[in-house]
Design a protein around this ligand. Structure first.
Ligand SMILES: Cc1cn([C@H]2C[C@H](O)[C@@H](COP(=O)(O)OP(=O)(O)OP(=O)(O)O)O2)c(=O)[nH]c1=O
Length: 728
């Protein structure tokens, strides 16, 4: 492998940071203890010589699936997680068999991340892994249900029958060249497992659906948890059902690394490598031909219609040998190679959202599919006639209009549009207007804006006004009673963050928070004087923290194996939502939530059905009062509120309370990836509290000054990254 191409381009500092990050990442095998990781790694090497071949490489899992993360983490693989932005909306009717659909989706997920990372994360991965799991029954492909009714439809179609679960996997090897191009080499395969469901009564079905488990899982069930009770038998790889065929993956890596497939110079050769009892067709995407793909991205509508069998012509069934997939110029150069490469990427991305596909022409289809990837940066240049490219205009418009999208979301949420359409799907604009007490004209505009943003779906009916229903995103995050409702946080964004951001220029000039200008209140201590000063603002702020903690809690709690800790203290733990996630994850753990008296007196209202007596609340000020004794101190979204001086005060109190072996767990978004989320969140902290987000090494530095070491970080797939340090 020409590893030197990768390293030669990065600065030595970022190289070190990258390799540190990789080595800090998940290293345990089956039992993830903080201590036992070295032995576990050895075990992984003995078990699978292939996994060890990936040591030192920047391996990226292009998936937000916690199951995939867990499976690969348990196999001892070290990797970063960068969830793919590829929308799973390929037109299923265009695929001859379900597994082809899963493989194509997996491929698009992986390629999207491979293309985005050099530009958005400023580093080129060595390997990107993408996967897609689907359920196939009676000629239908089932993905994740969009709502409870969809889950019901799926589960009843599985009742009493056998079905197949397919996971398509794509492995993209990225080769950085000296001339700043990247070659992508793609291997893909799929695995099928047969699952037989018992007969499901209506009661069972609804009880299962109401558990909330089906919503993020293909076919609407999770065999690894409650859904296991619905299953009579399984034929094939169990992990394949859970989202990742580990065994087949290892065999595939073996072919790539130990049998010569890993080379961008070799010719592709026909033939297929098949493994006993599994379906293996390691396809390799070959160099694009300048003609065919170019037509599909730049010409008329007919060529834009994607034909999967045509797309297969860009692949060569091969034995383990490979040729470059495509080359991408990372600067503005418009060489022939760069151009043809992009057209290939666009042609691969030409399966578009059904709704969009009906209304857009081929050029727009290409535009939509590339609108969030690096294509814009790659080609920020002018046509021969001096006209700007559509892609660039699209991207710059998105950035200029971002605030309009946010405000449309806030407004629809505040006017309860999503709750209304959940209880009464299929209303037209006039009916919605009547319910939300608004003008028909305004409501029509708002509903259409929400459709364009992917929050609502509209259905056109002949000669009638369109009717509306919630899209999956809205059902999952925007309802007031959804388990992962972000409504509280959205209200905080609307009522607090929005006014603060209207004074961003002052915040930047002065380096200070903007409460006084935005709300006319001078505040020495933002929390005591502003957030907790009046009941309605306090409740709104607590609601916001509660909703974020519910969404992020499990990912933070399970980022590391914390089962050796018996007592924890969640500093600034607000309503206790995070604490409850910790006790749910660790049966032997008790958590004390420590927060200001004004907060603690209200926290009970957020847990009307409180049943877990392992969570308790103590009122106090963590800058002044003694901290409750604990083995583990949790600081979730706390340190970003304060400048370094105050962070040192707090950490020194934590350090005083700790004996050797105790730990501090920090949950924040880390600035390292330079993602818009973390960078904008840092601006947000400036305007709100004069705090800041930080990098991993800044947290490591802060902790080391208070006697904490052995720091490790896990980039969860959620809003927050988790960082742990042990008291030495
Ligand atoms: C059938 C079944 C699926 N699943 C999960 C595996 C996948 O995570 C999910 C299928 O959705 P996918 O679209 O394959 O994956 P994802 O959306 O979770 O993550 P990403 O697209 O970012 O890679 O269903 C189970 O966990 N258990 C099961 O029994």
């Amino acid at each position: 492998m020409r590893r030197h191409h990768v390293t030669s381009r990065r600065s030595s500092q970022s190289q070190a940071a990258d390799s540190d990050r990789v080595s800090l990442l998940i290293s345990a095998v089956a039992k993830r203890t903080l201590q036992g990781s070295l032995e576990d790694e050895k075990a992984a090497m003995v078990l699978n010589p292939v996994i060890s071949k990936l040591a030192g490489k920047l391996v990226v899992l292009a998936s937000a699936s916690p199951r995939r993360l867990e499976i690969l983490r348990n196999a001892g693989l070290r990797f970063e997680v960068v969830p793919s932005w590829f929308k799973e909306t390929l037109d299923k009717s265009l695929f001859k068999a379900p597994h082809e659909y899963a493989m194509e989706t997996a491929k698009q997920k992986a390629l999207e991340v491979a293309r985005r990372m050099p530009f958005k994360h400023l580093k080129t991965p060595d390997i990107v892994i993408g996967a897609d799991t689907i359920v196939a029954v009676d000629g239908m492909i089932l993905e994740k249900p969009v709502d409870k009714h969809d889950a019901y439809r799926m589960l009843s179609s599985l009742s009493g029958k056998s079905h197949s679960v397919f996971t398509g996997v794509a492995i993209v090897l990225c080769h950085e060249k000296e001339n700043d191009e990247v070659d992508y080499q793609l291997f893909d395969f799929y695995e099928e497992t047969k699952v037989k469901f018992a007969d499901l009564s209506e009661n069972m079905l609804w009880e299962y659906i109401n558990s909330g488990e089906p919503m993020d899982k293909a076919g609407g069930y999770g065999i690894q948890a409650l859904g296991g009770m619905l299953v009579e038998y399984v034929h094939g790889d169990f992990l394949n059902v859970v989202g990742f065929p580990l065994n087949h993956f290892c065999k595939q890596l073996d072919l790539i690394y130990n049998h010569g497939a890993f080379s961008s110079e070799q010719e592709t050769s026909p033939g297929s490598a098949s493994h006993n009892g599994t379906h293996a067709s390691p396809t390799i995407l070959t160099q694009s031909s300048p003609n065919a793909p170019a037509q599909s991205s730049h010409s008329n509508g007919s060529s834009a219609k994607h034909n999967p069998s045509a797309s297969q012509t860009h692949h060569t069934q091969s034995s383990p040998s490979a040729s470059p997939v495509h080359k991408v110029k990372k600067n503005d150069g418009e060489s022939e190679v760069g151009e043809s490469s992009w057209t290939l990427v666009n042609s691969l991305s030409k399966h578009t959202d059904d709704r969009q596909a009906e209304v857009i022409d081929s050029e727009n289809a290409a535009l939509l599919m590339t609108s969030r990837g690096p294509a814009m940066e790659l080609n920020v240049t002018e046509h021969e006639g001096g006209e700007p490219r559509k892609e660039d205009l699209q991207r710059i418009t998105e950035l200029m209009d971002g605030f309009k999208a946010s405000k449309a979301l806030f407004t629809a949420s505040k006017m309860c549009v999503f709750d209304l359409l959940q209880s009464r799907p299929g209303l037209n604009a006039a009916q919605v207007a009547e319910e939300i007490k608004a003008s028909v004209k305004g409501t029509e505009c708002l509903l259409e804006a929400c459709v364009s943003l992917g929050l609502l779906r509209s259905k056109e009916r002949k000669c009638q006004k369109p009717v509306y229903e919630n899209a999956g995103l809205a059902s999952r995050f925007l309802l007031s009673d959804a388990p992962f409702s972000l409504q509280g946080y959205i209200q905080h964004c609307d009522k607090t963050v929005w006014p603060l951001f209207s004074h961003l220029e002052d915040a930047v000039r002065e380096g200070s928070n903007q409460h006084e200008k935005a709300f006319g209140k001078k505040s020495k201590d933002v929390f005591q004087d502003t957030f907790y000063n009046s009941l309605d603002v306090k409740l709104r702020f607590m609601n916001a923290m509660h909703s974020i903690a519910k969404v992020t809690g499990k990912a933070v709690a399970t980022a590391f194996d914390l089962s050796s800790f018996k007592t924890a203290c969640d500093l600034g733990g607000c309503t206790g939502a995070m604490a409850y996630e910790f006790t749910k994850s660790y049966p032997g753990l008790s958590v004390t939530v420590f927060d200001l008296p004004a907060v603690v007196e209200m926290s009970e209202h957020f847990h009307p059905l409180r049943t877990d007596n392992r969570v308790s609340f103590v009122a106090g000020d963590f800058f002044k009062d003694d901290l409750p004794k604990a083995d583990l101190y949790i600081l979730a979204r706390i340190l970003h509120d304060w400048p370094d001086e105050k962070v040192h005060v707090l950490l020194s109190k934590v350090a005083d309370a700790c004996t050797p072996g105790c730990a501090v767990l920090i949950a924040e978004t880390m600035l390292d990836g330079r993602t818009p989320y973390s960078a904008l969140q840092s601006l947000n902290m400036l305007a709100q509290t004069e705090g800041t987000e930080r990098t991993e090494s800044q947290y490591a530095d802060l902790l080391s000054k208070h006697g904490f070491g052995n720091t490790r970080v896990v980039h969860t797939t959620n809003f927050l990254d988790a960082f742990i340090g042990i008291k030495l």
